[in-house]
Structure formats: C-alpha cells, structure tokens
Design a protein around this ligand. Structure first.
Ligand code: MSP
Length: 530
C-alpha cells in the first residue's frame, strides 16, 4: 500500500465559536494537504473539535443548555466555517464520538493494568484556564503565576496520575536524535529546554462530583479522564487505532501506513501538551521512535500587538470577512500575511492592499490582458511557434518560461518546508514578469505592424504562464485556480474537481498548439474605497 501523507491540526475547543486564529490553522493545514494532493500523494487530513472539559461545561451552564446540546451548536459553526473557507478534510474528529471514547478507554485500561497509571492525593495551585495543577516551575520571576494561567485557585483532590516523568530521558534522547522533530528549529530548542525542567507526573482525571462532562475512566466510575488523554488521542482514534493491540506493528496497515504524521499546532500547545504529554503517551503505548509525529508549530495572529481573546472582546470573525471579501481572498491573506512560525498582526487594510496589488493587479490584470489580446489579435487561437522570430525578441519573451521554471522549483522547495508565504511571493514575481513582458513587447504595436509571429509567441508564453500560475496557486486559491483554467478552456470537463491538474502539469509546454482560449471575465475585482 502506498504511504499516506497524514496531516492533523489541533482540535478546537467548543466552548466558544471559531475565530480567525482557528481559521488560520485549518487553512494552513488545508493548503499543505492540497499541495500534497497536487503532488499526487495519498493524503489523509484529519481535523475536528474538542468537546469535553470544564470550560465547555461552564459555558453550557451559562447558556442554560445541556453540554451535549451546547457543543452541537458550536461544532456546527466550525463545520460551517470549514465549508465556507473550502477547508477539505478527509476525517472529522468529535471527541464525544463513541469510536473515540472506546479508544481512549482502551488505552487508559491498558496503561492502568501495566501500572503506568496510579491513584494519588494532590494539594496545590490549579489553573482553571489551563485545566492543570501548577508547580513552582510555572511561577514567573516575581514568584507569581503569570496571566497565561488565568484564575489560579488552591485545590486538594484524589486523582489518577500517568507516570510521565519516567519518560523524561527517553524524550530528551529522542529530541537529540531527531533534529526536525519540531519545526521551526527554535521551537525544538524551546521544547528541549522545557523537557530538561520536567519533573512530576501527569494528573489525568477529575472526580465526577466536580466534572461529569468527560469520558469515564474504565477502572473507576467516579472519575472522568481530563483533557489530554481525551483530546490528544483523537489523532489516533480517528485514524483507526485499535487499543487492544499493544504494539505499533500489530495495528492495521491502514493505520500504520499513515505514520509518522505531520501535526500542525499553535505555539501555545507545544509545551507541555503536544511536545511532552503527547510524544510520551505515544511512546508509552508502543510507538517506535521513527513513527513519532513531526510537530509543525505556527505563530499567532494578534490584534494591535495584543492577543485576541473573547474576554478582551477583540476577536476577529472569519465568517464576516469571508462574506465581505470572499473565501479565496481571506485564504490568501492568511497564508501570505504571516511567515511560518512567526506571529503577525491582523490588519484588514493589509488584506485589502495585498488583494489589490497581488491578486487584482498581478494575477487578475495579467489574465484579463492576456485573454483580451488573445481574442482581439488571434481570435483566441494559441499557437506554439518553435522558432519563428528573431533572437532578440525571443530572448525577452523566453524569460517568462525561465521564470516559470525557476518559480515552480522554488515553490516546491518552500512548500516542502511549509514556507507558504515565500512560495506565494515567487508566484507574484512570475505574474509581474509576465506583466513586464507585455509592457516591453507591446503586443498592440506588434498587431499594428502586422508582426504575426511575434504576437503568437507572446500570447503563447503568457497563456502558458497563466496555466502554470493557476496550478501553483491552486492549494491556496482553489476557486480562482479553477476560474483561470475555465477561462483558458483547459480540461473543462473537470472544472471544479481537484484531479483537474497535478504538479506535473506545471511543466512548461502543456498548452497544445492550436488550443483556443476563452474570453476574459474579471476574477479579482479591485476592492475600492473601504
Ligand atoms: N482544544 C485544544 C487543543 C487540543 S489538540 C488535541 C485547543 N483548542 S483552541 O481552540 O484553544 O485552539 C485550537 C488551535 O487554534 C491551537 O493550535 C491554537 O494555537 C490555535 N489558535 C488559537 N488562537 C490563535 C490565534 N490567535 N492565532 C493562530 N492560531 C491560534 O488548544
């Protein structure tokens, strides 16, 4: 069976509706998934929602509805958003799903029987927001728990614990051995430093008397499992993991074939959740080191330099933006306006500027001018003349081809390493080069002088460049890519379908001699006066 490119995202809390940060992560994952499909790789893209926990229980109580009803409504909002933003996943994870509960309980039972889970009493400081007990290591230089922990209270409680700390040496050795366990590099360093400080085990339960909106422990009906064994396990339960089989290799081939996964997460949930708890959990249930997932850690979208949060009231609503500017425009800004791993400030004016200068000017104008010229001077007929015109003219025009080849190669290098924004800059440069060639060769003058061969060469190069641009841009702008292809009259029978093109098709020379292109229709009308 061919290997599958398995990509996951964090599952989103259903204690409040989605915001632009959630949208960024899912669009990023979708772009990477679409890029791999474009490369003709088998792809399995998993995303979903995190439905249990104290915050959800509290929000439901506040809204005066049962938690199950509350999460159903919020879950629907996430599903609607992914549909609106063309986020195309292969499997949807909901942690209240029976499939998932079975796997979580199966894993907990096995670890309990192996003595990796034990009961103990704990008294200490507890972060309500992060849903965990805090130790002195979490205190800031001033001795206080920082604002990231939210409300901190004192609690005493009997609970179940997972023997996390016994795996510290394993995790350090793993991180030392695998330089790209976490991307970007500085996040791996951050994780390594955190592992060095690791001490203590992981509390994995809450008494039902305090929280009942969770998965009941299989070995103690008075407790539910709390946060991480529930949430993190989604990555395997919805990929077909069987908890009754204790070694990785005894799992089904459809499961094994997906590993190691690429897991996309925000910077806030690397330490300790994914970088420590998750990697150790996988190791503890028998994942070999070469099947441990790679973590791609993205930065955050902020607003005016400050963190977006519901309580601060500075949440950006992705639905409103997609309605106002269209899904493709929002996808473009989310991918173009932030460098992988860094934070960025969300700025609607920048969205408009990028849209007008890159989508409307570079791509839209190019499409419009090229098809207008093809229609006006050639009745839409595209002819691939090998060497009809003089060398000097050829030299100018052929720079389009060399630029297209350069950009295609550079894009794969960038996108193989998840530098989406850099790849987009390359595509813009190709479009600008085409627009320059139009200025330099002035096809309207060629037409006046009756230089038919030259006109054919220019029109062919530009149409071919547009075809390449449409393929390269398709993971980010799926609708627009089809729009360009429709106007080029290219494989119309596959209009709107993903299999219409693959990366191989971006090889120069795909438009056959004698092809007839369609009429121009504005694809990215400028956004005026906002
Ligand atoms: N439910 C947990 C994750 C469990 S994974 C097994 C969670 N949910 S969340 O809704 O708070 O966040 C979901 C994802 O969105 C995280 O990766 C988080 O980093 C990301 N983002 C939340 N706000 C964000 C921004 N402002 N900007 C970019 N991404 C942000 O954590």
């Amino acid at each position: 069976m061919p290997k599958t490119f398995f990509i996951t995202t964090a599952i989103d809390y259903t204690n409040s509706p989605p915001h632009i940060g959630h949208a960024y992560e899912k669009v990023l994952a979708d772009v990477i998934a679409r890029y791999h499909r474009l490369k003709s790789n088998n792809v399995f893209f998993l995303t979903g929602v995190d439905q249990h926990g104290q915050k959800v229980q509290q929000s439901a109580a506040k809204a005066g509805v049962p938690p199950a009803e509350f999460v159903k409504d919020i879950t629907q909002k996430f599903v609607d958003l992914w549909k609106k933003l063309d986020v195309k996943y292969d499997e949807w994870a909901e942690t209240t799903d029976d499939r998932h509960k079975r796997v979580v309980r199966g894993i907990l039972q096995r670890l309990f029987e192996e003595g990796q889970i034990y009961k103990d009493k704990q008294a200490g400081h507890y972060s309500v927001r992060q849903e965990q007990f805090l130790t002195d290591k979490e205190r800031g230089p001033d001795g206080k728990f920082g604002p990231e922990w939210g409300e901190v209270e004192f609690r005493e409680e009997e609970n179940y614990y997972f023997r996390l700390s016994q795996y510290k040496d394993w995790l350090l050795a793993y991180l030392n051995k695998r330089a790209d366990a976490v991307i970007p590099d500085f996040r791996q360093t951050e994780l390594r430093n955190a592992v060095e400080r690791l001490g203590g085990d992981l509390c994995i339960s809450r008494p039902k008397s305090r929280l009942d909106w969770g998965i009941e422990l299989p070995f103690d009906k008075d407790f539910v499992t709390y946060v991480w064994f529930d949430a993190l396990t989604n990555y395997i339960s919805f990929a077909g993991y069987d908890p009754s089989l204790s070694t990785f290799n005894s799992q089904s081939s459809t499961f094994c074939d997906k590993w190691p996964a690429l897991q996309i997460i925000g910077k806030d949930i690397l330490v300790p959740a994914h970088g420590i708890y998750w990697l150790i959990m996988l190791h503890a249930i028998g994942f070999p080191d070469d099947q441990i997932p790679q973590l791609l850690v993205h930065g955050w979208w902020n607003l005016g330099g400050a963190k977006m949060s519901k309580s601060a009231g500075n949440i950006i609503d992705p639905f409103a933006l997609a309605d106002k500017y269209d899904a493709d425009a929002l996808r473009y800004y989310l991918m173009r306006g932030i460098a992988m791993g860094n934070d960025a400030d969300f700025d609607e004016r920048r969205l408009i500027t990028l849209f007008n200068s890159e989508l409307a000017n570079d791509f839209g104008n190019l499409l419009n001018r090229t098809l207008t010229m093809a229609q006006r001077y050639r009745s839409g007929l595209v002819r691939d003349l090998k060497d009809l015109v003089n060398d000097k003219f050829n030299a100018v025009v052929k720079t389009v081809r060399s630029k297209a080849e350069l950009v295609t190669n550079a894009l794969t290098l960038c996108w193989d390493t998840y530098e989406i924004s850099l790849g987009l800059i390359g595509i813009c440069e190709l479009a600008s080069r085409c627009n320059e060639v139009i200025e330099v060769t002035a096809p309207w003058r060629l037409a006046k002088r009756g230089f038919q061969g030259e006109l054919d060469v220019v029109v062919y190069q530009l149409c071919e460049a547009l075809r390449v641009i449409a393929i390269l841009i398709s993971p980010v702008l799926p609708k627009a890519a089809h729009g360009i292809f429709d106007q080029l009259n290219w494989r119309l029978e596959l209009s709107g379908k993903e299999k219409r093109f693959c990366l191989e098709d971006a090889k120069w020379g795909g438009l056959p001699n004698g092809h007839v292109v369609g009429k121009p229709v504005p694809l990215f009308p400028r956004i005026e006066g906002t």
